[in-house]
Design a protein around this ligand. Structure first.
Ligand code: ZN
Length: 981
């Protein structure tokens, strides 16, 4: 029973029809109930106000490890992993994270299964099991998670900043944990990790330190009684909130210049100041105001100036790590090779811009603009998945008073120049910390950070040094931004004449097709526009592909100082190269969208190469290609798989090879040739009338195809390109092995791909149902029981309509060939369980409480519910329909048709599907194993690949000769000619 139910007004968006209620249970648990009759999914999030700052000394990572353990089992539901299994099989997902002062657990699930899911979830906080056996196994998962982080520059540099702070402050600590901190060291001290885990849980997990959000389809009263029923058993020890007072940085940690060696190519400057936490002034939003100006990219901004000088390719600014006690303001600058030689000038210019802000004082008109943009953003916010929504709110609940639980810091409303200027004055030379990352420092550093092994050195700098940098920096015209013309003022909704449920082909010519769908779902003043330029010349060679990539990046580079204003005002655009050309995407408020679209189109039409910008972009692209080898092994394996399956794609290594030889003149010659033949595929959706959509495309056709000397000619019938996919042979297993690209990476990876069929409703639903029931058992067996590695997934794969399944497992403990045999053993085990089910069980009601794998009617229903889940917002809906258009499948009613197919599906058909396509030795089974060998297993590479093999196993030595030798699937984009209006 709730002891408190105050009717405090919770501020919500004007367009939000959901109901909210705050209650407090008698164990002091604070809960926010959300009732949304329209939702297809229910969700919950529990935020516990304890995190890695509370880890006992010498047991680094204990809070994070506890987060892992709560998922395993509870006294009420002792079967290991049965919580995750229940959630997964009922169309949901679940996860958790541990931060410095919080641990957050969350899930979503289909509405019918919510009550049981919530009961299982509540047991995390009532009586978790934490068996000794599972505890020892799961330390390996935490260790594997850390192994994955060890080669990530983000993790490495984050820890280096912590390392250079006061040892006594919890900010200094290592938070993830590994085998050493959770197994070896405790054992050496005679500690039992499980006992410590239980002690930690008992001491910290108290109901008064928890905040729960529950999101459901039911009425508030019903949700309330459900919550009272499930959660009031959580123990309340009235533990007080832990505070960690004091600043993490003493004087020796300020005025430092740290040179650090990253793993990846590229130079980065991170300039940091300790500041007063802006949470203390969240209505006045000083950091939002300062981040907006220092991070601005318009003409006259710091970034604009650095970009013009050829010194920077990216800049962001704003509040970084913070708690209620301390905070940091971070300016992060991606620096070019030339910029690297001008570090002092860059820092000098940053301080000059800060001086400019000090002289200008806090400006009311800029604050008013920000406040107007924030108002519109809040009140016209898109609905997003319930699971993300509850996590956001649960994290807000301990920080803000109840009336601001939904708003948080997102609505700056009170202009206070003194507060802004106070924080601005904290961004001073005498408190600065400068972290400078570059591979150029390799061999020139004298210290090593202990947890990640990052090499670095520290130099003290003083005020006068920085004053010199400020004085000697080039004299550039830094100034405040102009008023933002893109702020939407017309938010009215258009009358949609057509009540179209699906996109319609509105317009078709020899130059373009236009698919159109007015908003009938979201009543939101936003629109989505996609223009796909199909240009056959863009993908004819590795050179052509790289030049097309540079072409789109240069266009974005030219547009940036103008379009940045649109982005600030909630209107986004992108230009990206694709397999057969490039795409323009615009999404956001429709009011000023056409102005931006026409500017983008004009820039494409008038494209000229600026040699200085060409060389900056070329440098950036080259580094990106070079950094490919530092991708995680699972990303490398997935890349090989795509390269093998997708015809007419070029490998990154060839693209890297041609890059040094490409010059500005090559692009100047290439761009007009590339554009000379084009066909535009367009999609316009949202708050736009059909005549306006038609006139936008007419305008684009006029720009590119009309006039005495048109930029583009329509394609010849023979030139329509399409993505075709390699067809593997039935009954064959293909194996491709390679060493990991980074010799320092211990992790190996296996991608085990099973190719099944080309898009077909009946087959799709069999594949999906199998994927749904096998996903969690695969995770349970391969990760929880065998502990092969933190990244262990079974998922579906769809290459331009060719469907299949893939196991992805990254491991530092076992080599890829061994993992391949474990995947096969799993499939054998799964087979016997699949046979054990009877048709009665297929139709029976969940849950059978033992380990047999049942396909029940509720699995089928869960899949139906997942398919019928409504799109949350225009962006998501547009993504779905655009995929049908770009793949050429055009099955806009796919979900309804697949639901109909599912309702017909019998258990015999599912078993027959398994026997034919998936089971070991199945007659039509086609597998492709991609094995990437990390340095731990490099010695196995030769022996694995020299063994004599059965005739059904094909070792692939060369990806391209293999690709050329295989037949291809037909494409759905058979012909534009067949399309009728
Ligand atoms: Zn974790």
């Amino acid at each position: 029973m709730a002891v408190g139910r105050d009717d405090v007004e919770i501020l919500k968006p004007r367009t939000d029809k959901r109901e909210y209620r705050r209650i407090v249970l008698r164990n002091s648990l604070q809960v926010l109930l959300i009732s949304d009759p329209d939702t297809d999914k229910c969700a919950a999030s529990m935020n516990v106000s304890v995190g890695s700052f509370s880890d006992p000394a010498g047991l680094e990572g204990l809070a994070h490890f506890l987060e892992h353990m709560l998922f395993y089992a509870s006294e009420k539901y002792p079967l290991e992993d049965s919580y995750s299994k229940y959630i997964t099989e009922h169309g949901g997902s679940t996860n958790a994270f541990t931060s410095s002062e919080h641990t957050n657990y969350y899930f979503d699930v289909t509405t019918d299964s919510f009550e049981e899911a919530l009961d299982r979830f509540a047991q995390f906080f009532i009586k978790p099991l934490m068996s000794a056996d599972a505890t020892m196994r799961e330390i390996k998962a935490v260790d594997s998670e850390n192994q994955k982080n060890l080669l990530s520059d983000a993790w490495r540099m984050n820890q280096l900043r912590k390392h250079l702070s006061l040892e006594g402050h919890p900010y200094h600590k290592f938070s993830t944990g590994n085998w050493e901190t959770l197994a070896v060291r405790p054992k050496a001290k005679g500690l039992d990790t499980r006992d410590e885990l239980i002690k930690f849980y008992d001491a910290n997990y108290s109901a008064n330190l928890m905040h729960l959000v529950v999101y459901s389809k039911e009425s508030l009263d019903k949700i309330q009684s459900l919550v009272e029923d499930k959660f009031q058993e959580i123990r309340n020890t009235d533990r007080s909130y832990l505070h960690f007072p004091g600043q993490p940085c003493a004087s020796e940690h300020l005025q430092i210049l740290v040179r650090a060696v990253p793993i990846k190519q590229g130079h980065k400057l991170r300039i940091i100041w300790p500041i007063t936490p802006s949470i203390r002034h969240y209505k006045e939003a000083p950091c939002r105001y300062l981040g907006h100006l220092i991070g601005h990219e318009g003409e006259g901004s710091l970034f604009y100036v650095l970009k013009t000088l050829g010194w920077a390719t990216g800049l962001s600014a704003g509040e970084g790590d913070w708690t209620s006690e301390y905070s940091f303001f971070d300016v992060v600058i991606e620096v070019t090779d030339a910029g690297h030689e001008h570090m002092q000038d860059i820092v000098g210019l940053l301080f000059r811009y800060i001086n400019l802000l000090q002289k200008s004082g806090a400006c009311k008109w800029i604050f008013d603009e920000l406040s107007a943009i924030s108002e519109t953003t809040f009140h016209y916010q898109d609905k997003f998945p319930a699971i993300d929504y509850v996590v956001n709110i649960a994290s807000n609940m301990q920080i803000y008073p109840p009336k601001d639980w939904l708003v948080g810091s997102s609505l700056p409303s009170s202009f206070c120049p003194e507060t802004i200027e106070k924080i601005l004055n904290e961004l001073s030379p005498n408190k600065v910390r400068i972290f400078w990352e570059s591979k150029k420092f390799e061999g020139h550093t004298d210290m090593v950070e202990p947890w990640y092994g990052t090499s670095y050195s520290v130099e003290k700098i003083n005020d006068s040094v920085i004053q010199e940098w400020i004085l000697s920096a080039p004299d550039e015209n830094l100034h405040l931004p102009a008023p933002n013309i893109f702020i939407p003022t017309d938010l009215s909704l258009k009358e949609a004449q057509e009540k179209a449920k699906f996109p319609v082909l509105l317009r078709k010519s020899s130059y373009s097709t236009l698919w159109y769908k007015p908003d009938t779902m979201f009543t939101s003043p936003k629109a989505f526009v996609k223009i796909y330029f199909n240009c056959p010349h863009s993908s004819s060679s590795p050179e052509a592909e790289v030049l097309t990539d540079i072409f789109t990046r240069l266009l974005m580079d030219y547009l940036n100082e103008y379009a940045y204003y649109a982005q600030v005002a909630g209107l986004y655009y992108g230009l990206h190269h694709t397999d057969n050309g490039f795409q323009v995407t615009l999404v956001g408020y429709n009011h000023k969208l056409r102005i931006l679209l026409e500017t983008v189109v004009q820039k494409i039409a008038e494209f000229k190469v600026k040699p200085d910008r060409f060389s900056v972009i070329k440098e950036l692209v080259t580094k990106e290609y070079q950094n490919f080898k530092f991708q995680q092994p699972y990303q490398q394996a997935m890349y090989y798989c795509s390269l093998m399956l997708q015809d007419q794609t070029w490998p990154w290594i060839e693209e890297l090879e041609v890059l040094p030889h490409l010059e500005a003149e090559d692009l100047a010659k290439f761009a007009p040739m590339m554009l000379s033949r084009a066909f535009l595929e367009c999609y316009i959706a949202g708050n736009i009338e059909s005549n306006e959509a038609g006139s936008m495309i007419q305008h684009i056709e006029d720009v590119f195809f009309k006039g005495s000397n048109p930029i583009c000619q329509p394609l010849f019938p023979s030139q329509h390109l399409t993505n075709r996919v390699v067809k593997l042979d039935k009954g064959k297993s293909y194996v491709y092995s390679n060493y990991g690209l980074n010799p320092n990476d211990e992790n190996s990876c296996l991608v085990h791909y099973i190719q099944v069929h080309q898009d077909d409703f009946q087959m799709n639903v069999k594949l999906q149902l199998f994927g749904l029931i096998a996903k969690q058992p695969a995770f349970h067996q391969l990760r929880s029981v065998e502990q092969l590695g933190y990244i262990t997934v079974l998922m579906q794969r769809n290459d331009s309509g060719i469907r299949g399944l893939q196991f992805i497992i990254q491991s530092s403990v076992k080599g890829p060939k061994h993992i391949d045999t474990r995947v096969e053993s799993f499939l054998e085990m799964f087979e016997s369980k699949l046979y054990e089910m009877t048709s009665e069980q297929f139709k029976s009601i969940w849950p059978p409480k033992d380990e047999i794998i049942f396909v029940t009617q509720s699995n089928v229903n869960a899949l139906i519910d997942m398919k019928l889940e409504k799109h949350k917002n225009l962006r998501e809906e547009s993504g779905f329909y655009w995929r049908e258009i770009s793949d050429g499948t055009l099955k806009f009613d796919r979900r309804e048709a697949e639901v109909a197919a599912l309702r017909q599906l019998t258990q015999e058909e599912l078993i027959a599907f398994f026997n034919e396509y998936v089971k070991i030795g199945a007659p039509r089974k086609k597998t492709l194993s991609i094995r990437v060998y990390g340095n731990q297993h490099a010695s196995e590479y030769t022996s694995d690949n020299s063994e004599s093999v059965e005739p059904t196993v094909v070792h692939i030595d060369d990806i391209f000769s293999f690709r050329r030798s295989q037949p291809l699937y037909g494409s759905f984009k058979g012909g534009f000619g067949q399309m009728k209006l």
